[in-house]
Design a binder for this molecule. Structure first.
Ligand SMILES: [Cu+2]
Length: 729
């Protein structure tokens, strides 16, 4: 018997060793270093970044993991430690890690090319910095869209005097899509309403008729707005620590637990609610605040909140995080026993929101707050869309920034005060997001001097909220709490709000990013760079090429295409566009007895702030078999079967989103055209039409089957009737 036990034990030991060895040998470099070692006050972490395949919703998708997990493992520190973090990039593409909310030397800030070299594929970079603060922070990739693929994790710094008996749990929230993030980004720029279809938020005409909101819908389109929503992307899943549901069991009646909530999502705001009673907010963005009790709060993208909740009685109580668009939620269950759910949040009343937006939107695309002087999330304009408030007498105490009060004075050290104004601007239809109407690459760095106090007055003149994040500095939010204004590194600012923040330029040197933390807004150029004047990096030879890399993000071109394959031939267009330019080619290839080809290729430049006007230079080529003389409405004749002409033109978006196009070619022929694309008749049915002075017209219907495929039918003067498929890319 003893021998048998012994051999089983040996087998187990061997298996353990073998499996362990398998695990560590997964990497090309052979043995992996242990995840964490402590040498005196030095905390040494080894992070291995790899490509991975995940399956969250029954569908395989690519992700990026650190040490095999999404989210990346939690890093723990105590104030006063030194961090030594080895980032081993085992992927082919480069990466970077930004330590969000930390005060550290500029070269450790992890913005690739701007502050820190990128961690190239199959190489290691060691980040080293002293830990000079405490609280709830996080880390994430600052390269491309890697954050959306899973590169984020918690960075927790305990106080030296922390009470070891205080129960706590880290809650990393995120959003997951099975779609490739690059495709998400491209879809946003092409303004497809596929995500609206997935969410049931298309706000189509049929829906408007059913709800008696036709006038609201018409006014909305008259003011040239697309369907309104509180968020842009459709997600397959929202996660708490990488799962849809998580449990903390060892809690009983009366226990208090500190939840360190980190919104590590790429573009999702979450409502936080607790089924067991009030939530005490005790810290924000890592800094303590005097406890405030609320029924619920919204955590902005990249914000952190420390919350204390009490288990009211025996049982399991839901701490629920619902996305702002209320499509899905994820939950943390606290305690064991009978489940007490927080309940679902009712669907948003989109037309009520649309009516409110209509009232505030001026015809020139600016917004009018009607003298309300909104600030600090105190008046949530989206309230009209919340049935739980609009349709009931319930009072729900919701956190806003004016309630946050620092326990100690936070007044800035003495120094010269400089005031700057920023307007958050954007174009929803083209997904261009800017500050003062300019992207990062289009604007100069903002020079600051050490010792200065910088006051920023920020107005959100766009239709979406933006979580503005400052690297390497805490700012005070001037919120009516006087000397005890709270310190934060992220300011969520709602449409039409004006907020004032201020910070002390306490660093010695370097470039510090200030940007919107919605990943797709940042990548489209919504930010600025604060640069200390004695910036020695400017002197380096690689400086210019590095800055070109930084600016590349918002200069990129996105491809789009709509290709009709119908019984009467093929027509369609392919375009490449970026913030200001568009390169576009259209064609019509008829198959009927009047068959002919036509193609027009343009290069256009968006002219105005709202991007309603495009001037273009183009080349047209056409061939037609029939020989009758064609006259346009201006009486100008065209007798050629075959022609190639150069033209110049101007496109302008009129009310009702009708596109007007006026052009003249090198032979002096004029053409004027009016058209409308993708009028949303029902959730999936779209109407398209145009007519021009060459006596050409088109009308067609498209029924959306999937993101890329629609059934379609249309009539066109030359091509006649046809039916088939339209591919939308
Ligand atoms: Cu934004």
């Amino acid at each position: 018997m003893k021998t048998k036990y012994f051999s089983i034990l040996t087998a187990c030991l061997f298996a353990t060793f073998f499996l362990h060895a398998q695990h560590v040998n997964m990497t090309k470099g052979g043995m992996r270093e242990p995840f964490m070692t402590k040498k005196g006050g030095r905390m040494i972490y080894h992070l291995y970044v790899t490509d991975t395949v995940v399956n969250y919703t029954g569908k395989k998708a690519r992700g990026i993991a650190i040490n095999g997990t999404i989210p990346a493992p939690q890093l723990n520190f105590t104030e006063g430690d030194t961090a030594e973090i080895h980032v081993h990039n085992l992927m082919h593409m480069e990466t970077s890690i930004h330590w969000h909310g930390l005060i550290l030397p500029n070269e450790m800030d992890g913005v690739p090319y701007l502050t820190t070299p990128p961690v190239k594929g199959n190489s290691t970079f060691v980040y080293q910095f002293p830990i000079v603060q405490n609280g709830t922070y996080w880390y994430h990739s600052h390269s491309m869209l890697q954050e959306q693929s899973g590169l984020y994790g918690a960075f927790i710094i305990h106080k030296k005097s922390a009470d070891p008996k205080q129960k706590e749990h880290t809650v990393v929230l995120s959003d997951w899509s099975n779609e490739n993030p690059n495709q998400i980004e491209r879809s946003l720029h092409n303004a497809t309403d596929w995500y609206g279809i997935r969410k049931g938020a298309t706000q189509d005409y049929l829906h408007a008729i059913r709800e008696g909101r036709v006038k609201t819908k018409l006014t909305n389109e008259w003011k040239r707005m697309l369907a309104m929503d509180v968020s842009d992307v459709y997600y397959d899943l929202f996660t708490v620590n990488g799962k849809a549901q998580e449990r903390v069991r060892d809690l009983k009646a009366g226990d208090k637990i500190r939840l360190r909530v980190i919104n590590g999502s790429s573009s999702t705001y979450f409502w936080l609610r607790f089924a067991g009673g009030k939530i005490a907010v005790v810290a924000s963005d890592g800094k303590d605040v005097n406890p405030v009790k609320v029924d619920r709060l919204m955590v902005g993208v990249s914000e952190t909140y420390d919350l204390v909740v009490t288990i009211p009685a025996d049982g399991s109580y839901e701490f629920n995080a619902t996305s702002e668009d209320r499509t899905r939620s994820s939950s943390l269950w606290l305690g064991e026993g009978k489940q007490n759910p927080a309940g679902p949040m009712p669907r948003l009343k989109y037309f009520a929101g649309m009516e409110m937006m209509n009232g505030m939107m001026n015809m020139d695309g600016t917004m009018d707050d009607m003298g309300m002087n909104m600030s600090l999330q105190q008046m949530d304009m989206n309230m009209v869309m919340y049935p739980e408030i609009a349709d009931s007498n319930q009072t729900i105490r919701t956190l806003n920034y004016s309630m946050l009060r620092a326990p100690e004075k936070t007044t800035l050290p003495k120094g010269p005060l400089r005031e700057m104004k920023f307007e958050l601007t954007g174009n929803m239809n083209r997904y261009v997001w800017t500050v003062n109407h300019k992207t990062i690459s289009e604007s100069d760095k903002i020079l600051i001097k050490r010792g200065e106090n910088i006051r920023m007055i920020i107005t959100n003149n766009s239709m979406m909220r933006h979580p503005m994040h400052l690297h390497g500095h805490f700012f005070r939010v001037l919120n009516g709490q006087g000397a005890n204004a709270p310190l934060k590194t992220v300011l969520d600012i709602m449409p039409m709000e004006t907020d004032t923040i201020e910070f002390h330029a306490s660093e010695a040197r370097g470039d510090w990013y200030f940007h919107c933390h919605i990943l797709y807004h940042m990548m489209s150029g919504m930010g600025r760079i604060f640069s200390y004047v004695n910036n020695d990096s400017v002197a380096t030879t690689s400086y210019k090429s590095n800055m070109r890399k930084v600016y590349q993000d918002d200069r990129r071109f996105y491809a789009s295409a709509q290709i009709g394959l119908e019984s009467n031939g093929s027509d369609g267009e392919i375009a490449f566009s970026n913030t200001r330019w568009i390169l576009q080619t259209e064609w019509r290839l008829g198959l009927n007895d009047r068959k002919g080809y036509e193609s027009e290729t343009h290069i256009g430049r968006y002219l105005d702030r709202n991007q309603w006007a495009v001037a273009y230079l183009g080349f047209d080529w056409r061939y037609r078999k029939h020989r009758e003389v064609e006259k346009n409405l201006f009486g100008q004749a065209n007798t050629k079967d075959q022609r190639g002409v150069v033209c110049v033109g101007l496109q302008y978006t009129l009310p009702m989103l009708v596109r007007a196009d006026a052009r003249v070619d090198m032979n002096g022929r004029l053409r004027f055209q009016l058209g409308r694309e993708d009028l949303t008749l029902t959730k999936r049915l779209r109407l398209n039409f145009y007519a021009n002075t060459d006596r050409e017209y088109m009308a067609g219907l498209r029924y959306v089957l999937t993101k890329y495929v629609s059934l379609s039918t249309h009539y066109e003067t030359d091509m006649g009737w046809g039916g088939g498929l339209t591919i939308t890319y």
